[in-house]
Design a protein around this ligand. Structure first.
Ligand SMILES: [Zn+2]
Length: 229
């Protein structure tokens, strides 16, 4: 009785290991396709991300309204949106406008109600702004520091967003498409292998090492218990 049950357990274990091996083999075969599809999605998302940001940059978000003004001590404590070209006063006013695809921060230091220093940062893109344009109005009192007024960088690519946008959006898209597909395919192969059928085509392997229908390797040992030599 002991021998029988032990043999049975061994057979079960053999079947399971065979099925797992088959599923793993099938998954390894499709690993290349997975990587290729991921790369394709990343490239497409990267292109879409930059095109979307360029499109967004054609509209000034301030024309849509909804901006928030931060003034006085709050503006001073927040500071300039980017590092100023040379030392200067703290900002007195920050006008921040945020939309789905853009953000504009217009920061100014005032003297008698007139802007003496200003930095305007415009950012476009989603989820991370991938295009940025900075304008400095920054006169320097120090003659040894090059006077900068006004300077505009023009629209420039933001390296961190170039990296993150495809990874975040493309990665999620890829997972959203592949997880259900992989689960369904994996489950089907597992069910076939457990039933002693070819994991690739579903044909009965009849205990052979190779599927008589398609030639794929059958779940090894699944039909031959260890004790049946
Ligand atoms: Zn087959």
């Amino acid at each position: 009785m002991d021998r029988r049950s032990t043999a049975g357990t061994r057979q079960d274990r053999g079947t399971r290991t065979g099925a797992a091996t088959t599923v793993w083999r099938a998954m390894r075969c499709s690993m290349r396709e997975l990587v290729v599809s991921l790369v394709v999605i990343l490239v497409l998302v990267e292109i879409a991300s930059v095109v979307f940001a360029l499109q967004a940059s054609r509209t000034d978000p301030r024309s849509l309204g909804g901006g928030v003004r931060i003034a006085g001590a709050a503006a001073a404590s927040r500071g300039w949106p980017v590092t100023p070209p040379s030392p200067g006063p703290a900002p007195d006013i920050l006008d921040v406008t945020t939309t789905f695809s853009a953000r504009v921060i217009d920061a100014q230091a005032l003297r008698a109600g007139v802007a003496t220093h200003a930095i305007e940062v415009r950012e476009f893109g989603w989820p991370f702004p991938v295009l940025r344009d900075i304008r400095f109005l920054w006169p320097s009192d120090n003659a040894s520091t090059a006077a900068v007024a006004p300077i505009e960088t023009g629209l420039r690519l933001v390296p961190s967003a170039l990296l993150l946008n495809p990874l975040v959006v493309g990665g999620l898209l890829w997972l959203a498409m592949l997880v259900p597909l992989a689960l369904v395919l994996g489950l089907r192969r597992w069910i076939r292998a457990m039933g002693g059928r070819c994991a690739a085509c579903g044909h009965q392997t009849r205990g052979g090492a190779v599927c008589p229908e398609c030639g794929a390797a059958a779940p090894s040992g699944s039909m031959k218990p260890h004790g049946a030599r």
